[in-house]
Design a binder for this molecule. Sequence first.
Ligand code: ATP
Length: 145
Amino acid sequence: NEVNLVSLCQNILKQFKHVYRREITFHSEEDPIIIRADELKIKQVIIILLDNAMKYSKDKIDVFVEQNENHAIVRVKDYGIGIPQDEINNIFERFYRVDKARSRETGGSGLGLYIAKSIMKLHKGEIKITSKEGEGTHVLLFFPI
Ligand code: ATP
């Protein structure tokens, strides 16, 4: 099935902005950007990333959709608490949460990124995270095209 990542992200952001008072900015220079995927599952991945960005930051969130020769790319960028360098490899594990104390207030099961990674694997894609404590987190989804 064909999915337009641009309209999918725009629709999800519209819903988020309705429900939450947050500045979420969408960036894309092309439309459409089409991948072959299960739309509901990709929607779930993007919601997981946005949900995390909302939980672990207070300022604006930027969402980018773009493509190069080989990949369509979705990026979610926040300017929140970030993830300590030595935890980055753990956060994809099932039920893993950074620092139980700081996470307790925000709630969550530690399943989100595990599910996101599983869905990306299913689509022969990749999920990558770069982050700096106190500065923010950047999550990238790569889809083969
Ligand atoms: P849920 O399953 O409800 O999403 P969760 O957010 O705890 O709960 P994951 O999405 O798997 O679970 O994230 C794992 C951990 O990674 C989180 O507990 C949090 O510590 C850290 N994390 C994930 N995204 C971010 C982010 N954008 N900024 C800072 N920390 C993050």
